[in-house]
Structure formats: C-alpha cells, structure tokens
Write a protein that binds this ligand. Structure first.
Ligand SMILES: [Zn+2]
Length: 250
C-alpha cells in the first residue's frame, strides 16, 4: 500500500546515526508500521526544535513526510522520556541492549504491535525494576516468542517426550530442550537445571505485571542469562555490541 505523503505515528527511538553536518538517521519502532528509518534534519544543532524529542530510548509522537529515499521527521513531541533510565548507568546499558536487540532482530516495515507493547512496557518496568536483569530476560524471551523463535520448553525436540523435572539439555541450534536420552544428538547442547527451565517457562507465559514478582538468586540468573545468550547468538550469528558495555559496567 502506498504511504500517504504526510503521516503521524508514535514511536520509540532505537538508534541514531549521524548524517552530514547536523542531520541524523533515526531508527524508530512504531506500533503499526514496525521499524522505520527516517531523517531528522538539523537535529544535532543546539537550537533544533526536534532536539530531545528524538533522544535515544524516548517515546514520542512524530509527524513524517514522505522523502525520496528515507522519510523525513518534520515534528516530534515526546510522550515518555524514561528519565529514571537515563540517570543510571546499568539501566541505560540495559535499555541500549533492548534497543539493539530489537533492531537486530527486525526488518523494516513489518508491523508487530505486540512487540511495540512489549518494548514500551518493559522499558517502563526497567525504570523502577529491583532486578534489571529480570527485565532483560523477560524482554529477550518474549521478543523471541513474538518473532517466531519461541524456544520449545515442554517437549523434547528429538523424541517429543514431555520434559520431566531432571537435568535436561538446552540446544541453541534446535531451539529448545532435549531430554537426557536424546542429549547426545546435539554436541553443542548445554545442561539446563530444573529451576532455570522453570524460570524460562514462567517468563515466556507471563507479561511484565506478573513477571515482576519473580525473584532469582544470582547463580540461577546467570545460568538463564547464559542459555538465552547462546540461543540469541546462534540466531543472529553475531554479538550484540551493547552487551560488551553492559558486561563492563556490571
Ligand atoms: Zn528425547
């Protein structure tokens, strides 16, 4: 369908790339247009009216005009600046990771409203979360699920037997659990504890309002993080750059 010449959309800023002297290319995640990239002219000038409304990790209402190549952002008004994130190094690191992960996993112009909701909800949760890592695990596993990469956590990927509460294996390349009998088929599979499996199931089936209640000890949190990281690295075939920053500040 042809885009209108001028259109309005709400969006969260995922990325900013400098263009020329004072312009930027802004990567936006929108409710109904998916991910879009657009030019913000003069945004890097101190007196630009677009200014803070296009800061990284800000939710704003935008007016865009169709451009020859990329569309042009002509007006922006911020709705939610997620301010608590921006005064805390760990939280901003987490938010940058969320933005980069979403950018890496999505193509432009593919609408996915549940992903937009997840992004907005989890960024708000991140502002006040006692355990920022829990927000990241929730975002990762829910994002994977919404994009069609939901890990299989209930049946063995090889023999389809229901997974029993014992030491099973997690296979990044198959995307889920292998029972002990089938563990040999996938040499890259890693052991997964009963508790880590429970956490992953819980995060997969609960939104942020329920997921908030989960408490994880650091050992368990680390195990879940490592397993999901392996799966994400397998799917993307590259590292997430902001993870390095996040690991460093932690
Ligand atoms: Zn099996």
């Amino acid at each position: 369908m042809a885009r209108p010449r001028v259109y309005k959309t709400e969006a969260v800023v995922l990325k900013r790339t400098n263009l020329g002297e004072a312009d930027s290319i802004i990567t936006l995640y929108t409710p109904n247009l998916g991910k879009i990239r657009a030019v913000a002219k003069g945004v890097r000038r101190p007196k630009s009216k677009l200014g803070g409304h296009l800061d990284l990790i800000t939710r704003s209402a935008h007016l865009l005009a169709q451009g020859q190549n990329l569309d042009i952002i002509t007006q922006s008004q911020s709705i939610e600046s997620f301010l608590p994130l921006k005064s805390d190094l760990v939280r901003i690191g987490c938010a940058m990771y969320i933005a980069e992960l979403l950018d890496q996993f999505t193509a432009e112009h593919v609408e996915n409203y549940p992903v937009y909701r997840l992004l907005s909800d989890d960024l708000l949760w991140l502002c006040e979360a006692r355990d920022p890592d829990l927000v990241l695990r929730h975002f990762e596993i829910q994002l994977l699920s919404h994009l069609g990469y939901q890990p299989e956590l209930y049946h063995c990927l090889e023999c389809r037997a229901p997974i029993a509460p014992q030491r099973n294996m997690f296979s990044p390349s198959s995307g889920g659990i292998l029972c002990p009998n089938c563990a040999g088929v996938e040499p890259a599979a890693r052991p997964i504890s009963v508790d880590a499996l429970k956490v992953m199931r819980f995060l997969l089936s609960n939104d942020h309002t329920s997921a908030k209640r989960l408490r994880m000890k650091s050992g368990l949190s680390h195990e879940v993080e490592q397993l999901i990281r392996l799966y994400i690295r397998y799917l993307l075939e590259r590292e997430i750059k902001s993870l390095e920053f996040l690991d460093h500040i932690r």
